[in-house]
Design a binder for this molecule. Structure first.
Ligand SMILES: NC(=O)c1ccc[n+]([C@@H]2O[C@H](COP(=O)([O-])OP(=O)(O)OC[C@H]3O[C@@H](n4cnc5c(N)ncnc54)[C@H](O)[C@@H]3O)[C@@H](O)[C@H]2O)c1
Length: 393
């Protein structure tokens, strides 16, 4: 295989981020033994899809996923449509024997996520969910440190995923506010990332307690074709918000650690604050996406007059994703920092290698089902006002 021919579904926020990743891939990952070919952009609106395909650099346009999945000249289908269609589209792609890359969350509910997982398993196709933050070098370094048991026995996970775009009541009722389309609000949109990161670094979560709230219950209905984040409202026509604006969960990990998770779209002053801290017997680490090239590390073994969090700038060639196999920087010289888009480039690089080697990259649909199971338990716990066991999937 010298080419991987791609069809991308959706072309707004994530469609743009994924398109950029494929465009840049070979420039930054010259060692990849395959060429990604941006074959087909899939959208429902012909005029917009045609125009965007040209702008983003896709060779052709298709107007249904079924058509893309039936083509012989497509190897991989990448789904960046809203959550309610993820599972059905992934099942369609698996039927067409295509590798599937799907945005998070895998589905709007656990049942659909499991159906998608079973379909890709049955079809034996490569599958991956886009939890791109795993590929921030500082988070990948955190994983190495956890594998190396640098922090010792783990006591605490603490995370915040804060945004503030929804605080304005004139923000229209885009799909992210509708349970039927989104499944949940800040839980599936934001906390899903924190849950994935937490479980990647710390292992499984056994039970949760949770509370969630909708602060603004009615919003003007969206009028734009797609209802994305830039959509405008229609004066006078209001619709119901039936997802959480903010969510807070307590968790117990299987390894005995305690966790707290908070996610909200109502934290004024925080447009995209993705932060976590882990505390263990030997050390602590802190990550903050606003300073994504850095990992703060406290080593309890430092002499007491030198105690303090040290700042590791994860831009050296020895850091994950930062060095080329033959030596030298993959991106830029040390301290010449990388950004949000590079997490997607690193993610699709791993996806391509998975396809080439026939080895499923992580997080797989199976792993994403475990994240979805935690989300399902959060919803159950919030409803019951009690603790809920995370179902084994
Ligand atoms: N990995 C991340 O950090 C991250 C960030 C943002 C969004 N997301 C996820 O990406 C997905 C898309 O989010 P977004 O912000 O790009 O949304 P968006 O509204 O900006 O774009 C959605 C796109 O999907 C298309 N679409 C809508 N319904 C469709 C359908 N039935 N069939 C085919 N295409 C359809 C729309 O035309 C649009 O191009 C969501 O699942 C979201 O949770 C992930």
């Amino acid at each position: 295989m010298d080419q991987i021919r791609i069809a991308l579904v959706g072309y707004q926020f994530m469609g743009r981020a994924h398109s950029n990743a494929y465009r840049q891939l070979k420039f930054y990952f010259p060692e990849l033994p395959v060429e990604p070919v941006m074959k087909v952009l899939v959208g429902r609106n012909k005029e917009l899809t045609d125009k965007t395909a040209e702008r983003f650099g896709w060779e052709e346009a298709e107007y249904s996923v079924e058509a893309a999945a039936a083509r012989d000249d497509i190897d991989l289908i990448d789904i960046t449509a809203p959550n309610d269609v993820h599972a059905e589209l992934a099942i369609e792609c698996a039927k067409g024997k295509k590798a599937v890359f799907c945005e998070k969350p895998l589905a709007t509910n656990l049942e659909d996520a499991l159906r998608a997982r079973d379909a890709v398993k049955k079809a034996r196709v490569i599958n991956m969910v886009c939890h791109n933050y795993r590929r921030a070098p500082a988070i990948a370094l955190a994983r190495k440190m956890m594998e190396n048991e640098d922090l010792g026995e783990i006591y605490h996970w603490r995370s915040l995923y804060l945004q503030d775009w929804a605080m304005d009541p004139s923000v229209p009722l885009v799909w992210r506010f509708q349970k039927r389309v989104a499944g949940s609000g800040s839980l599936g949109d934001l906390m899903a990332h924190s849950i994935d990161t937490a479980m990647w670094l710390m292992g499984g979560i056994s039970k949760v307690s949770c509370t969630m709230k909708t602060f603004i219950k009615q919003r003007p209905k969206a009028t734009s074709v797609d209802g994305g984040l830039g959509a405008t409202g229609a004066a006078g026509t209001m619709g119901k918000v039936d997802v959480d604006d903010g969510v807070i969960a307590l968790a117990e990990f299987a390894n005995g650690a305690l966790g707290t998770f908070e996610a909200t779209r109502f934290a004024l002053g925080h447009p995209n604050y993705n932060w976590f801290e882990i505390n263990g017997t030997k050390g602590s680490i802190i990550f903050n996406l606003e300073r994504m090239n850095e990992l703060l590390y406290y080593n309890g073994a430092d002499p007491s007059d030198r105690h303090g969090f040290r700042l590791i700038q994860t831009t050296e060639t020895v850091h994950p994703y930062m060095g080329l196999p033959g030596g030298g920087p993959r991106y830029w010289p040390p301290a010449h920092i990388i950004g949000y888009e590079h997490t997607f480039i690193n993610t699709v690089a791993d996806l391509m290698m998975g396809i080439v080697e026939g080895k499923n990259p992580e997080p797989s649909f199976d792993t994403a089902c475990k994240v979805q199971a935690v989300m399902a338990a959060c919803e159950e716990a919030a409803k019951a006002g009690n603790w809920a066991k995370v179902p084994k999937v």
